[in-house]
Design a protein around this ligand. Structure first.
Ligand SMILES: Nc1nc2c(ncn2[C@@H]2O[C@H](COP(=O)(O)OP(=O)(O)O)[C@@H](O)[C@H]2O)c(=O)[nH]1
Ligand SMILES: [Mg+2]
Length: 237
C-alpha cells in the first residue's frame, strides 16, 4: 500500500518571525507531506512571506482569507480544501513552535490505529507544558476538566490543537454544523468525532510556549468555549 497523502494545516495571524523556520521544519519532518498555511490577512506580512516561500517550495500551499475571523474558521477553510484535494490524513498544528514538528511522524504513525490522534499535554503521568505562565496553565488544565465533567468526553486534553484526522472522520465532523469561530473549535471537532463513534487516541507531546510573536488568546475566545461546552452538554442530556 502506498503512503497516505498527508496535508499539515496551520493557521497564521502575525507569525512572520516563526514562518520560515516553521515551514522548513514541517517539510523536513514529514518528507512525504504537504503544508497549507491559512493566513487571515496578517498585518505583519505573514501571508506575503508565505507566498514568497511557496514560489520556491512546491509542497507549500497558501490560503488567504480576507480578514481575521478566528482560528476555527481558518481551520474549517483549510480542512475543506484538504478534503477537496483528496488528502487521506489531515494534521493540524499551530505555526508558533508550541507544537514540535519533530512529533509529526509519531502523530501520523499513530493514525494507523485510530481515527483521530490528539497530541496531549496532560495524562495520568503528568503535565508536559514548558514556559507557560502558571495562570495560563491553570486556565488550560481547568478548561480540560470542565469539558470532561460537562460533556463526558473521555479525553485528558480536549483543548489541544495538535491533531491528526483520518479522512473519514474529518468528513463526518465537517458534515455536521461547526459553531465555533475561535479555539472552541478544538473541543467541538473532537466532541463530534467521539459522539459519532470514531476511535480517538491521545499521544503524549511536550507543548512549549511560542518561539516568537504574541498569543491571540482573548477573553472573547474563552467565553465562546465556555458557552459551547454548555450547549454540547445540555443538547445530549
Ligand atoms: N488564520 C488565523 N490564525 C489564527 C487566528 N487566531 C490564532 N491563529 C493562529 O493559531 C495558532 C494558535 O494561536 P496562538 O495565538 O498561538 O494561541 P495560543 O497558543 O493558545 O496562545 C497560531 O499559529 C496563530 O497564528 C485567526 O483568527 N486566524
Ligand atoms: Mg500558540
Amino acid at each position: 500500500m502506498s503512503a497516505p497523502r498527508t496535508l499539515v494545516v496551520s493557521p497564521t495571524y502575525n507569525e512572520r518571525d516563526n514562518l520560515a523556520p516553521f515551514v522548513s521544519a514541517v517539510l523536513a519532518a514529514l518528507p512525504q507531506a504537504d503544508l497549507l498555511i491559512v493566513d487571515d490577512a496578517s498585518p505583519d506580512g505573514t501571508g506575503a512571506l508565505a507566498d514568497a516561500l511557496a514560489l520556491r517550495e512546491p509542497r507549500l500551499r497558501v490560503l488567504h482569507r480576507r480578514a481575521k475571523a478566528g482560528l476555527g474558521r481558518a481551520y474549517l477553510a483549510g480542512f475543506r480544501l484538504a478534503l477537496a484535494a483528496g488528502y487521506d490524513r489531515v494534521i493540524q498544528m499551530d505555526a508558533d513552535f508550541s507544537h514540535d514538528p519533530k512529533d509529526l511522524p509519531r502523530l501520523l504513525a499513530a493514525s494507523e490505529g485510530a481515527d483521530l490522534v490528539l497530541g496531549s499535554r496532560y495524562s495520568a503521568g503528568g503535565v508536559r507544558v514548558l514556559n507557560w505562565p502558571l495562570r495560563r496553565l491553570f486556565l488550560s488544565y481547568g478548561a480540560g476538566l470542565y469539558v470532561r465533567l460537562l460533556t463526558r468526553l473521555p479525553v485528558m486534553d480536549p483543548t489541544g490543537g495538535y491533531k491528526c484526522f483520518r479522512r473519514a472522520v474529518l468528513q463526518a465532523v465537517l458534515d455536521g454544523p461547526i459553531a465555533a469561530e475561535g479555539y472552541a473549535f478544538q473541543i467541538e471537532t473532537t466532541y463530534h468525532a467521539w459522539r459519532k463513534g470514531f476511535r480517538i487516541v491521545e499521544l503524549p507531546i511536550v507543548f512549549a510556549d511560542r518561539a516568537a510573536g504574541v498569543s491571540k488568546m482573548s477573553l472573547a475566545i474563552a467565553w465562546e468555549a465556555i458557552f459551547l461546552v454548555l450547549r454540547l452538554a445540555f443538547r445530549h442530556r
